[in-house]
Write a protein that binds this ligand. Sequence first.
Ligand code: PLP
Length: 395
Amino acid sequence: MKIDQYDTAAVMAVAARPELVFVEGHGSWLFDHRGKRYLDFVQGWAVNALGHCPPEIARALARQAQRLVNPSPAFFNDAAIELAGRLAALSGLPHVFLASSGAEANEGAIKLARKWGQKNKQGAHEIITFGDAFHGRTLATMSASGKAGWERLFEPKVPGFPKAVLNDLASVEALVGPATVGIMLEPTQGEAGVVPAEDAFLRALRRLCDRHGLLLILDEVQTGIGRTGTMFAFEQVGIRPDLLTLGKGIGGGVPLSALLATDAAMCFEPGDQGGTYCGNPLMAAVGSAVIDAVSTPAFLATVRERAAQLERGLAALIARHGLTGQRGRGLLRALDLGTPDANRVVEVARSLVPDGLLLNAPRPNLLRFMPALNVKADEIERMLAMLDGILMDST
Ligand code: PLP
């Protein structure tokens, strides 16, 4: 495809992309190659915790790039030691493996759980996961996912991921057997359309795991690092997982993820897990810069304020346009239009002039909002006003 001066032919066509090329971003705004700007409520799919090109990340990258980029994962490096220590202290899970993507962190969690089952539960290896779950795009994490349309893709899948129904405890209990080693879920299913696991359900899963000696694996790739208003979503429920995975926000836009484990769950031995980029200081330095910014009580309080503002604004739109409702936690919210118009709204929003608006439609009836965690109050108002205008024109 030719987009003005760009020939995109060499870019493998794995996504249906609109005909524009992004060349710059600052805070909540992205700029395309024609100079048009867009208010960004997608932020790299809930990735840019501090918005586009935040000075904290630019500084951390520049400083670290001049000191040490990658001594190999076979050696300790100071940046990875610092980030691992900080994640352990914040989460209460003392063993941290740094990786590059959410899928890689989840793949590590699956491997660790399987090894734990071999050592402690006569080879138990099944991990109960959930319909509509999303855990990544490696073969094992695709198999763990319950994404509609993936059932027949890239067969045969990795076995060992029986699917239960979110918020239905009986459906989980029915799957627990001698081969079960753990239960894995997102505290709020993001790609499914922002579907929160109920607090009581999460607590019941914790108890079920304790009763049967299973590992509770929380995939906080999307919900972690302040996205739901606390550092980790599990804090709001009063439980702690045995394994925790982080991604997206932890890198503020760069490839960084983490697998965390309790003492009791940690059973990797040297050689079991690794990767060329795992724990590289360049990305680890960014992770610490993100944590510096996000983990303060004042920052998280502001996330909660902005989330409440977004919720109030969406409630007003729902009332004004007769929409179906909203759901979500913190700055991960979805608006149910009640009609299959979400993709059209996304396109109209992007095409607005002079400024466009970037939204995401995880389902035909749903718009998802995942702005930068430091989005400003007036940017939320601006987004709501733009959306109001679109909804007005469509009714
Ligand atoms: N887990 C969850 C909950 C996610 O939302 C995602 C990505 O959307 C992933 C895992 C996969 O992360 P990545 O795309 O970095 O591999």
